[in-house]
Design a protein around this ligand. Structure first.
Ligand code: UDP
Length: 194
């Protein structure tokens, strides 16, 4: 149920995302107050996740996603999208597909995958991509910096290939959780029988 009630929509679910960086998550202390960057990232993360949800099937309901970055080393929007999609699936919310994100960029004239903080800051460009692999649909595409059309094409392609690798890990993480639950249930049944 949506809280507060007056924010509920009669024809769809409302997805709310809050991206926040802990003050100790970066080299130079960050103010705990929400920055312009955090407000923007909350919005783009929500927009990257929405296409995976059946919003129209759940009128008057709300799903809240709280992202707290504890340690940042570049690529936090991508990690946030990947983790949030997994959390929504784990919570049992039906989805069209998982959303997975990964960035590519240009460092020393080379197009590389998954930039860390220094590469992000010193590199020539950063292209975060969020993707639904089974549906082959991109839900977020941003670019910071300058690339030639060829380099851009290459960056999107390697970012998508990175997404596909992480997608397998997401699915494995979901399955492993249920395997652990099943193991515990089986052990409990054995104990009861004994
Ligand atoms: N960063 C920082 N202080 C800030 C915001 C960001 O040191 O107040 C660093 C952090 O490591 C982050 C990186 O800069 O991961 C790149 O930030 P960007 O805005 O490109 O977003 P991200 O790559 O994390 O999605």
């Amino acid at each position: 149920e949506m809280h507060p009630k007056h924010l509920a929509l009669a024809d769809r679910m409302v997805l709310r995302c809050r991206y926040h960086m802990a003050p100790f998550s970066v080299q130079e202390r960050k103010s705990p107050a929400p920055s312009r960057r955090e407000v923007e990232l909350s919005k783009v993360i929500r927009e990257a996740l929405e296409p995976a949800l059946f919003l129209e099937l759940y009128p008057r309901t709300g799903v809240d996603v709280f992202i707290e970055v504890l340690q940042a080393d570049g690529g936090t929007r991508c990690a946030s999208i990947t983790a949030a999609a997994l959390a929504i699936a784990d919570a049992g919310v039906p989805m069209r597909d998982l959303v997975v994100a990964c960035a590519a960029g240009k460092v020393d004239d080379k197009v590389v995958l998954d930039l860390h903080d220094e590469e992000d800051k010193l590199g020539a460009a950063d292209v975060p991509v969020a993707y639904m692999p089974s549906l082959d649909a991109i839900t977020l595409l941003q670019m910071d910096g300058i690339l030639t059309p060829n380099e851009f094409q290459q960056a999107v392609e390697i970012a998508m290939s990175g997404c596909k690798k992480i997608y397998e890990m997401q699915k494995e993480a979901l399955k492993t959780k249920y395997m652990v639950v099943k193991d515990i249930e089986e052990k409990e049944e054995e104990e009861v029988e004994e």
